[in-house]
Write a protein that binds this ligand. Structure first.
Ligand code: SF4
Length: 970
């Protein structure tokens, strides 16, 4: 039982409201001690401050860190990093599998050293939710859920076996199996506790310290939980790994933008409309990298489910968080979702004792900036056709779509004429039979899509022969620009909100009762984020009507939201391609860049679930649903959206079905046993994983192969060669692609050599548990441009062989020890040869190196290729820290210096001078460039190891060896 640290004497007792007392690190006490005007700090920052205070051990977190944050100034320059020790971690399966592979590798390393493998155990609870792998192969039929689940298990069996091993091997690592729900909705409804406790003993008395529930997750929409007053956001895998092993997550002290909400949502308007409005408004206000905190009477009036919908879209508005403070609504939500009375009382009393209970009103808190939104001004909206921040008021959709359709491609339009709009193409399912196998053009399962990947690559299907003809309903339809071909009620953003889900069901009921239907060419799907949704849609009798329109349940997972929309039928694909149709999807998701939803659909509109149903019925997006009929009833009379739209009273009358504590308790009790397919998967046992040398999915990574207890010393890098010279905005997807694996690529050749057929390559995203594939895939994006090859696309470079003395030729009186003729080869092959010759490598790049979604394999692969330093004009924040975390030195050119001003072409050798054991954060170093003929030029560069703890990480060869040594030393 650990002893609490308390340098500020802030550990106080408080009344739990249950006749017992607990302890807390008191923020009011800190203010009384004169550390700052803490009660005027934004609520989200105060919750972070509590963590800094509670973990102030003088090493990882210092008293200076506490004082600095307690004295946060709304408008100060931001230079200090905050060490944030989170209470728990959530993972989704794409990012979670490689993370578990690292933990397993650590255990193997410890076992090889003759120590107890149990030393490796996450120090904070970790929950992995398997939600990203389900694909909508089957839709519009009653057995779609079961058929899609079977396909998912067929594709992912090996990964799931490994996860089952992890479940039994680690005490603090839990898995929510496939078919249960979506990470953020499961978090909101079950995993989140609001407060957590830790036992401690002081003066021989046992007590409990209570502290706020905080987390990071390896998914950007972790922010949904901000709707419940819980601080948390998405991070990369390496940061999450460090966090689970007790390291703080470091982030730059943020600005906090307050958004003052007033009024209430009007009749006919949904929380989705508010989320889209907030996204547009905050994008314009540039809240990138900032905390956003909602407050005021409008925020207080919003139920937690509406807050969660708005918070979920924080990545779309660019904020680190979209936080709602804790109040009576938060307590009510915890009760309604089945959390225990004891927990709810302690939760309420804890935040009251901290001065954190209640929605702040204007003037109470000092924000960096304040914005205003009157909720009554929000109108029904959609967003698209390509970006979530491009909101369109519903009556304007028709004209906006037409404008986009006819705008030139060079101006972001689709380059058609207005006449094109009225041409149509007939498609019939009879044509289907001869084209069923390899013609789907759907994105591959298990791909974490990124914008460039989805635009640039067109992954091949993996097991098309598994899709029978009957997977597609029969149809005979006319397609044209604006035809809706996918209509999906998807995404935890909305499926966690019973108000909008019930509204969708009620609209479906009214539509069916008026005799309306959805054309079978429209692929409809319903993929909720938890089984609770099905319970209340069944209990209210609404699922029947959704089914009649084709919105059958297809799975409990991300599905269309992550791009797993599955195939369209072959004749539809053919009609789109041959006629270059600008066909549409309508979905209740949160991202819609081109090819995200489906590679063939160019116009994608985000909207509330009831609007998804309405547009599915209408079958096209080029109409004004507020004035034109949605269809005709059986007697030929026009039916309008206003005839179908449910009133707030109708929705409220059904809401009690959605918030029944006993349903949440039943569905979340022992859920690991509730999926028969999961239970059938055999799991290996034991504390140490029995690596299977034959596996092409899971392999022991070499991060700890030569692990020694003593770290090396920091030394200069000498005689390095350039592996690549790149321009600006190289993304993590360029560095480590997630999409399909080309047959001719090093990874493709490796898989073929292992006996894997091309059709079974799967994707880089699904093979992140195998370093052999991932290292070969590093810099293998078909769109990356290496300036050493004149900017030619593809993952190639020029290899310059090191010559021995006999081969070397005289040059300017000296011997040039390298071949001056570069041989073109893949970056992987060149790296291998350089490694065999013990030649260190550098990568040279331009601005914003490592931009895009956080991806730890971008740093892991760089390290495994033998790259010792990346020299760039600037770095994306998380990728920079990931490089340090993998023992790669980030160096930044000084203002104005670039690879171009230095005339670098890759024929040079590089030394990094000034590196030594006394290295300081952000110290200047010398990059010596030696050109042919031995002409040397020294350039000053800034070492972008930014903090003292990062120096330690670097010295130890990265975060993972650092943490492992610390654990072995205890
Ligand atoms: S449903 Fe969408 S927003 Fe939610 S976790 Fe999945 S991909 Fe992310």
């Amino acid at each position: 039982m650990s002893q609490p640290v308390d340098p500020f004497h802030a550990l106080h007792s408080f009344d739990l409201g249950t006749g017992r007392h607990g302890h807390l690190y008191s923020l009011p006490a800190l203010e009384a001690a004169g550390l700052g005007r803490i009660s005027r700090l934004p609520v989200s920052l105060r919750i972070v401050l509590e963590s800094v205070l509670r973990n102030c051990d003088g090493k990882k977190v210092t008293e200076h860190n506490v004082r600095e944050l307690a004295q946060w100034q709304p408008q100060a320059a931001r230079t200090a990093e905050i060490p944030f020790v989170v209470a728990r971690i959530v993972l989704q399966d794409f990012t979670g599998v490689p993370l578990l592979v690292d933990l397993a590798a650590m255990r193997s390393a410890v076992a090889r050293m003759g120590k107890n493998p149990k030393l490796i155990e996450p120090l904070v609870p970790v929950d992995l939710v398997v939600d990203h792998s389900v694909q909508v192969d089957f839709a519009g039929r009653p057995d779609a859920l079961q058929r899609n689940l079977e396909m998912e298990f067929h594709r992912n069996r090996e990964r799931y076996q490994f996860l089952k091993w992890g479940m039994q091997a680690f005490d603090t690592f839990k898995v929510v199996p496939p078919g249960i729900g979506i990470i953020h909705q499961v978090n909101l409804e079950c995993l989140a506790q609001g407060i957590l406790t830790r036992e401690f003993e002081i003066s021989d008395l046992k007590s409990q310290i209570f502290y706020p529930d905080t987390l990071v997750g390896t998914d950007s929409h972790t922010t949904m939980i901000n709707g419940l007053g819980i601080v948390g956001w998405g991070v990369g895998g390496i940061e999450a790994e460090a966090g689970m092993l007790g390291q703080p997550v470091y982030f730059l002290t943020p600005d906090v933008v307050g958004v003052h909400l007033t009024g209430a949502i009007r009749e006919g308007v949904t929380a989705t409309d508010v989320a889209l409005t907030v996204t547009q408004m905050l994008r314009k206000a540039n809240v990138v990298g900032k905390f956003v905190e909602f407050f005021g009477p409008g925020a207080a009036a919003l139920p937690v489910v509406d807050r969660a919908t708005i918070a979920n879209m924080a990545p779309e508005y660019g904020a680190t968080m979209g936080f709602f403070p804790i109040d009576a609504e938060s307590v009510a939500f915890l009760r309604a979702t089945g959390r225990s009375d004891e927990l709810c009382r302690a939760y309420e009393n804890y935040y009251r004792a901290q001065g954190l209970l209640g929605m702040p009103h204007r003037g109470q808190i000092d924000y960096s900036a304040e914005l205003e939104l009157e909720l009554g001004s929000v109108v029904p909206s959609v967003a698209g056709p390509r970006r979530p921040q491009d909101r369109i008021e519903l009556p304007k959709l028709k004209q906006e779509f037409l404008k986009a359709l006819t705008r030139p491609v060079t101006e972001g339009g689709f380059g058609k004429t207005e006449d094109d709009l009225y041409e149509s193409v007939r498609v019939r399912s009879e044509f289907h039979a001869r084209e069923v196998d390899h013609s789907y053009g759907h994105r591959h399962p298990n791909v974490e899509p990124s914008e460039s990947e989805m635009r640039d690559q067109h992954p091949a299907p993996d097991t098309p022969q598994m899709l029978p003809l009957s997977a597609f309903p029969r149809f005979d339809a006319h397609l044209r620009h604006g035809s809706v071909l996918i209509a999906s009620i998807t995404s935890c953003t909305n499926t966690s909100n019973p108000t909008v889900m019930l509204a969708a069901g009620l609209l479906a009921k009214k539509a069916v009762e008026r005799g309306l239907h959805v054309d079978s060419v429209v692929k409809c799907s319903l993929a909720p984020g938890s089984r609770v949704v099905s319970e209340y849609l069944e209990a209210t009798g609404l699922q029947v009507y959704l089914d009649q329109l084709g919105f059958h349940l297809v799975g409990y997972g991300c599905a269309t939201c992550i791009g797993n929309s599955g195939p369209l039928s072959a004749p539809v694909e053919q009609a789109i391609t041959e006629n270059d149709l600008v066909a549409a999807s309508v979905l209740s998701g949160n991202r819609n860049f081109e090819a995200r939803v489906h590679p063939s659909l160019k116009a994608n509109f985000l909207m509330s679930p009831p609007l998804v149903v309405a547009f599915a019925i209408a079958g096209r997006v080029d109409l004004d649903l507020t004035s034109e009929p949605i269809g005709k009833d059986q007697s030929g009379r026009p039916v309008y959206l206003r005839d179908l739209w449910p009133s707030l009273d109708e929705i409220r009358a059904l809401l009690q079905n959605a918030l029944r504590p006993e349903v949440y308790r039943k569905l979340y009790a022992d859920f690991t046993r509730q999926n028969p397919l999961w239970n059938e998967i055999p799991a290996s046992t034991g504390l140490v994983y029995a690596w299977d040398a034959q596996s092409t999915y899971i392999q022991e990574p070499p991060f700890f192969t030569n692990f020694a207890l003593q770290p090396g010393t920091i030394t200069e890098i000498r005689g390095a060669r350039a592996l690549g010279i790149f321009g600006d905005s190289v993304t993590t997807d360029h560095i480590s692609p997630a999409g399909s694996i080309k047959k001719s690529s090093p990874a493709g050749q490796y898989l073929l050599a292992q006996g894997v057929a091309k059709d079974d390559f799967n994707s880089y995203g699904s093979r992140r548990g195998n370093d052999r594939v991932m290292t070969r895939g590093t810099f293998a994006n078909v769109r990356i441009k290496n300036l050493m090859l004149g900017g030619e696309e593809g993952g190639n470079t020029l290899f310059y062989a090191k010559l021995d003395a006999a081969q070397a030729k005289p040059s300017g009186g000296e011997y040039w020890p390298w071949s001056d003729v570069g041989r073109k080869m893949s970056i992987y092959d060149a790296a291998l040869q350089y490694q065999q010759a013990s030649v260190p490598l550098v990568v040279i790049a331009g601005q914003e190196y490592g931009t895009g979604s956080s991806r730890d394999w971008a740093a892991k692969g760089t390290s495994l290729l033998g790259v010792k330093a990346v020299v760039a004009q600037s770095f994306e924040r998380i990728h920079r820290s990931n490089l340090v975390g993998m023992g790669v030195l980030p160096l930044q050119f000084k203002d104005g210096t670039t690879a171009q001003t230095l005339n670098l072409d890759g024929t040079e050798t590089y030394d990094v001078l000034g590196l030594g054991p006394d290295l300081k954060p952000q110290q200047d170093l010398t990059l010596r460039i030696t050109r042919k003929g031995n002409e040397a030029e020294d350039v000053r560069v800034r070492c972008r190891i930014d903090t003292a703890i990062e120096i330690d990480y670097y010295q130890y060869g990265g975060i993972l060896p650092f943490v492992l040594r610390q654990l072995l030393a205890t």
